[in-house]
Design a protein around this ligand. Structure first.
Ligand SMILES: *Cc1c(COP(=O)(O)O)cnc(C)c1O
Length: 391
């Protein structure tokens, strides 16, 4: 029989979170899940009510437009201007998405193919590297190092003029690093100098604890060759709804749309109406979510500190990127934690070679569960985590 899989599937490993799901399903007991970055908080009621009203409109039961409803693109553009002071043309510089994951994947397919090189942070959200590989292009990994606050060292990126695209993600999943204006300015200047394009995945722009993260598009000249992704998923606890948007350079947006037109038909219009409500009136929900994640962050950090595992304090995102106290084997550590204590984290190695030596806690469990996890882990940590493959 012929292999049912396309040859390109050999280029990517199995999806990490599907693997963790399998590991979780095979584990008995009361699991405390800090694995996937999926908010446990419900979508705010007024957003659900906006959706309920929109559902009754028969116009929404038909195919949506490919780039999203005009009112949704307008609301996204207005939100961007309010939040980042960046003016966008809602006709050409905004595109609604079925979640930013979809848009990131389709933008990569619209922009690169065999012979193209794409710079990808390491560690990072796996989609960047996997979609690059599926599209037949070559990922060039950019290591994120703790000594640089997990900000890409742009001097490290070799052969910049051979790059087609540089993918960035600040605030960063999984490291929680936050980029400065100076960093974005340097990235845009290099993009102009060496003729490549830059995409920033800014889905965590609203989950901050200290300073408000900025946008790549605040850099003058960035609209000529940059795109930024945003999502309602994490900000308003709407991961299941599948709604996000891309903003920025019209030619890049057009390339993404060309793939989308041949793949999907845009987000359900009732969901877009709910998104309009969230973009217009959602700041109070974002604020409330930040307060919850901040308390959880502090609970986890204090707890880990108490049991002898001090970790770096995240300034944004809902992740704690924890360096293993001893040992380099993040997968072994993750398995051990799950088997012994029914505590699930994400092994750093799953997000790139430079993620090794770390695990990621998503702050998607309530404080009482965080406390319980600390209690369970105390023994393992003080006894010393696995040193199996320590160099
Ligand atoms: C969760 C996440 C996404 C995907 O968000 P959706 O809008 O739900 O598709 C994209 N990028 C990063 C870095 C994420 O962590």
């Amino acid at each position: 029989m012929k292999d049912p899989c396309a040859k390109r599937l050999c280029r990517i490993p199995p999806y990490l979170f599907a693997e963790l799901d399998a590991l979780k399903a095979a584990t008995r007991g009361d699991i405390i899940d800090f694995g996937v970055g999926d908010p446990d908080l419900p979508t705010p009621k007024p957003i659900i009510q906006a959706m309920n009203r929109a559902l009754k409109n028969p116009a929404h039961h038909r195919y949506p437009t490919y780039n999203g409803m005009a009112i949704a693109r307008q609301a996204a553009a207005e939100w961007y201007e309010r939040r980042f002071n960046v003016k966008l043309d809602p006709e050409t510089e905004v595109c609604m998405l079925l979640g930013s994951k979809e848009g990131i994947g389709h933008l990569i397919w619209g922009m690169v193919g065999p012979g193209d090189r794409v710079a990808v942070p390491d560690p990072s959200y796996m989609i960047y590297r996997h979609q690059t590989l599926l599209a037949g292009a070559q990922p060039v990994m950019m290591p994120l190092k703790e000594k640089n606050g997990f900000i890409v060292d742009l001097d490290d990126v070799r052969d910049k003029s051979r790059l087609k695209l540089m993918l960035l993600n600040y605030p960063s999943n999984p490291t929680a690093g936050v980029a400065s204006r100076k960093f974005y300015e340097e990235a845009v200047a290099l993009a102009h100098k060496h003729d490549f394009f830059v995409v920033n995945d800014n889905v965590y722009s609203e989950l901050y604890f200290e300073h408000k993260p900025i946008s790549l598009l605040q850099v003058p000249g960035s609209l000529e060759r940059c795109v930024e992704f945003h999502s309602l998923s994490k900000t308003y606890s709407m991961t299941g709804w599948r709604i996000g948007f891309a903003v920025g350079n019209r030619d890049l947006i057009k390339a993404m749309l060309a793939i989308k037109q041949n793949t999907d038909s845009g987000p359900f219009q009732a969901i877009q109406e709910a998104a309009v409500y969230a973009l217009k009136h959602g700041e109070r929900f974002a604020e409330a979510n930040r307060a919850v994640y901040r308390e959880r962050r502090d609970e986890l950090l204090q707890g880990l500190n108490r049991i002898g595992w001090p970790v770096r304090k995240p300034e944004a995102t809902f992740y704690v990127w924890a360096k293993l106290p001893r040992g380099r084997d993040s997968m072994g550590f993750t398995r051990q934690l799950l088997a012994k204590h029914q505590v699930l984290v994400t092994p750093g190695i799953g997000m790139g070679p430079h993620g090794e030596g770390y695990v990621r806690f998503a702050l998607t469990a309530p404080k009482i569960r965080i406390r319980e996890a600390i209690r369970r882990m105390a023994r393992t940590i003080s006894a010393g985590p696995p040193a199996a493959s320590e160099p």
